[in-house]
Design a binder for this molecule. Structure first.
Ligand SMILES: [Zn+2]
Length: 410
C-alpha cells in the first residue's frame, strides 16, 4: 500500500478524485432520479453505458441481463485468456416505478429514495474510472467496471449470478454497496425466500360457513412459523414480510399468500428452517381441512385447501478467512485515506455469489454520510465523499497490481 501511495500516477489519480467531487455529485443528482426497480433497470443501464463511453472505457457493452461493463486494459501481455477483476455497483433500487424520485434539499441534507443505495456507488465507478484514465494508470490485470442489475429484494442477485455463471469468471470482485464509508462486508449471509399461496373453494361467509378458508389456513401457517426457534450464532433470522388475500369481509377467502424471508450464515440452518416451514404448510392445511370434515361434515375434496410453495430467492452463504488479502487491502487503504475501516456482517450482497464459490470478494462502503436506506426519506449529507472512492481505487489496484509498483495481491 505504501508503494502504491508513493507512485506519482496513483497520487495524481487520488487528487483527481478529490477535485472531481462536485462533478460526481452532479452526476448523482442526475442519476438518482432515474427509476430502476429490480428487473427494470434499462434507463439507468443506458445512462451508465453512455457515461462509460464518454469516460473512455474500452469494450463498453451490456450483457443479456442488462449488466453494463467497461474495461481498463491491463499491461499484462498474456494471450487471450486474460485474468480480470470486477469493480461493481448495482443499478436497481427497491422502489417501484410509481415512487416519485425527486431530490429535496434541507440545509446540508439531500433526500431522495435510493440516493445512496446504490446510486452514489455507481457514480463512484465513474470518478474512479476517470481518475485512472486521466492519470494514465493501467493496472497489471484487466479491470472491468460493472453497473450490475438486480441486487435488491426479489432481484435475487440476478446480475451477479449471471456474471459468475459465465465460463470466464473474474478472479476477484469488489462491490461498492455499504452504508458506512469504511465498511467491509467480507462474508455472505445466505437467504432463501418463498411465496406461499393457499387455495380453497371460497364461499359465502354465512351460507357456506364451514368451508375451509384460505386466509384462516394462512394465518395458521404464519402462527406456526412464528414459533421457529433459531440460534444467535450463527445468526439466523426469519420474517413474513407481506401478506395478500381475500375478496371481501363476507366471503370465505379463495386465495391468500405470504412472502417469507429467512437468513443465516449457515446453510444447515437454512435447510432446517426450510424443513420446518414446509412441514408447517402441510400440517396447517391438513388441520383446516380436517376441521371442515369433522366439525362441518364437509367431505368433498373440491372444498379442501391446497397450498403451493414457490421459492423466489436464493442467496448462498459463504465465508473466507478474515485476513485474506482483499480484506486486508480494503482495511489498509481505508486507513491511508483517513476513513475508519470497519468489518461489517449485516448484509447479503452481490459479493455472496463469488464468496460462495471461493472467489475473493468484498462489499465496501460508499462515500458521505447517509441514512434511511430503503425508505422514501433516504438522505445524504456531503462529508468528504471523495475519500471512499480513493480507498476503493487503492484497494482495487492492490488486487490488479500495477506494473513496476506492486504485484497483484491475488
Ligand atoms: Zn444496495
Amino acid at each position: 500500500m505504501k508503494r502504491l501511495l508513493e507512485d506519482a500516477g496513483v497520487q495524481r489519480a487520488l487528487s483527481y478524485i478529490k477535485a472531481d467531487d462536485d462533478r460526481t455529485w452532479d452526476e448523482l443528482m442526475e442519476f438518482c432520479v432515474i427509476p430502476a426497480p429490480s428487473h427494470e433497470e434499462q434507463l439507468r443501464a443506458e445512462y451508465v453505458r453512455k457515461k462509460f463511453l464518454e469516460i473512455g472505457l474500452e469494450d463498453v457493452h451490456l450483457d443479456a441481463v442488462m449488466n453494463v461493463f467497461g474495461t481498463i486494459r491491463g499491461t499484462e501481455k498474456t494471450g487471450r485468456d486474460r485474468p480480470f477483476m470486477v469493480l461493481a455497483a448495482h443499478t436497481d433500487i427497491v422502489f417501484p416505478m410509481s415512487t416519485p424520485l425527486e431530490v429535496k434539499v434541507e440545509g446540508d441534507k439531500f433526500t431522495c429514495p435510493g440516493i445512496n443505495d446504490d446510486s452514489r456507488s455507481v457514480t463512484e465507478l465513474f470518478t474512479i474510472a476517470r481518475a485512472m484514465i486521466d492519470a494514465g494508470i493501467r493496472p497489471y490485470h484487466d479491470l472491468v467496471f460493472c453497473a450490475n442489475v438486480c441486487e435488491e429484494g426479489l432481484g435475487d442477485l440476478k446480475g451477479a449470478k449471471f456474471i459468475f455463471a459465465q465460463e470466464k469468471k473474474p478472479y476477484a470482485f469488489i462491490s461498492i454497496d455499504n452504508p458506512v464509508d469504511g465498511g467491509i462486508v467480507w462474508y455472505g449471509t445466505g437467504s432463501r425466500r418463498y411465496r406461499v399461496t393457499v387455495h380453497g373453494n371460497g364461499g359465502h361467509s354465512f351460507a357456506d360457513f364451514g368451508f375451509p378458508s384460505a386466509i384462516h389456513g394462512l394465518g395458521n401457517i404464519i402462527a406456526r412459523i412464528s414459533e421457529i426457534e433459531v440460534p444467535k450464532l450463527p445468526k439466523t433470522t426469519y420474517n413474513v414480510g407481506v401478506i395478500n388475500g381475500g375478496t371481501s369481509i363476507n366471503v370465505i377467502a379463495e386465495t391468500a399468500s405470504f412472502l417469507f424471508d429467512m437468513r443465516s450464515d449457515s446453510q444447515e440452518e437454512l435447510d432446517r428452517m426450510e424443513g420446518i416451514m414446509r412441514a408447517a404448510v402441510k400440517d396447517c392445511i391438513e388441520q383446516e381441512n380436517e376441521r371442515a370434515r369433522t366439525r362441518h361434515g364437509i367431505t368433498e375434496e373440491r372444498y379442501m385447501l391446497t397450498a403451493e410453495i414457490e421459492q423466489v430467492g436464493d442467496r448462498p452463504a459463504g465465508t473466507q478467512p478474515v485476513d485474506s488479502p482483499i480484506i486486508r487491502a480494503a482495511w489498509e487503504a481505508a486507513e491511508l485515506v483517513g476513513i475508519t475501516p470497519e468489518l461489517r456482517d449485516e448484509t447479503s450482497t452481490d459479493a455472496n455469489i463469488p464468496i460462495s464459490m471461493g472467489i475473493p470478494a468484498i462489499c465496501i462502503g460508499r462515500g458521505g454520510r447517509e441514512g434511511g436506506v430503503h425508505t422514501t426519506s433516504e438522505w445524504h449529507i456531503r462529508d468528504n465523499d471523495w475519500k471512499a472512492p480513493q480507498r476503493t481505487l487503492l484497494c482495487t489496484l492492490a488486487m490488479t497490481g500495477l506494473e513496476g509498483v506492486i504485484e497483484p495481491k491475488i
